[in-house]
Design a protein around this ligand. Structure first.
Ligand code: NAD
Length: 244
């Protein structure tokens, strides 16, 4: 890590778990206990029951808006001061990396705070609240939906290309808080490996990626990341930059 010129990181829902944002594969409690999140995050679910899907996202949007970045998010933001180039690729839709101060974030799966027209796909900032869910596009009348990538949908091309480019050019690749099951994100660490990067994983549980990683830190990201930064750069609060 000290010698690295470019570190790329892929994060998943696990990095936000310590901020109180539930992951998809943790058991859901309360109101939504009877639905599997994977069954609500699909275009089919939205076609069949748009109200239920809109309300589930409204609930998650509220949850995310009340969450704060945790020490794992802050450590990744701090890493930008330690390495010449850091690329942070996230599957999360919660903006917590940006709120922690990371400046170069590639959002592979969109952002829950934005809303788009389901027909025209353009971002809609304002609409009329009629009490109906989902609200309708002010221009074409189609239902509005969250600007997130659902299972079975294609990823934003520019974001995916930038992520692949980072995987191909980095010296070290970290996979953090992701079950490594959702494609194409799950292939990025392997792409990095094939292009000569050192692969490391941070996750309390084993994943299909674990056997490929040279280093595995088995623990919560909010603890492992600050400790890692402290031990690599022997830092207290402010890292010694090696930026040139
Ligand atoms: P996932 O739910 O499939 O897996 C979460 C992983 O995080 C697991 O492997 C788990 O062991 C690990 N984990 C749990 N607590 C952790 C911690 N404290 N530190 C480190 N790791 C921890 O999530 P995924 O792989 O990101 O894939 C699910 C999809 O769901 C993604 O596409 C994502 O867009 C979406 N999602 C996003 C959010 C969010 O934005 N916060 C939340 C839920 C789901």
């Amino acid at each position: 890590m000290r010698r690295a010129r470019h570190i790329a990181i892929l994060t998943g829902a696990g990095i936000s778990a310590e901020s109180g944002v539930p992951t998809f594969r943790d058991a859901q409690t309360g109101l939504w206990a009877k639905y599997r999140p994977e069954d609500l995050a699909t275009p089919e679910a939205f076609r069949q029951d748009p109200k239920r899907v809109w309300e589930w996202y409204a609930w998650r949007r509220e949850l995310v808006s009340q969450a704060a970045p945790n020490p794992g998010h802050y450590a990744l933001a701090q890493l930008e001061g330690c390495v010449p180039r850091v690329t942070l690729i996230t599957q999360n839709v919660d903006s917590l990396h940006q709120r922690a101060g990371s400046s170069n974030v590639i959002e592979l799966h969109g952002n829950i705070s934005r809303v788009i027209c389901s027909a025209e796909r353009r971002v809609v900032e304002q609409w009329q609240e009629t009490g109906d869910a989902p609200p309708l596009c002010p221009d074409c009348g189609a239902p509005l939906r969250p600007d997130v990538v659902w299972f079975g949908e294609i990823l934003p091309l520019q974001a995916l290309e930038a992520a692949v480019q980072a995987a191909h050019s980095c010296d070290v690749f970290f996979s953090i808080g992701t079950s490594s099951l959702v494609e194409p994100a799950a292939s990025l660490p392997l792409e990095a490996l094939q292009h000569g990067a050192t692969l490391a994983e941070i996750n309390p549980l084993p994943t299909p990626l674990s056997k490929h990683a040279r280093f595995v830190l088995r623990g919560p990201a909010g603890q492992a990341l600050p400790e890692l930064l402290r031990s690599v750069w022997v830092i207290g609060r402010s890292p010694e930059p090696n930026r040139q």
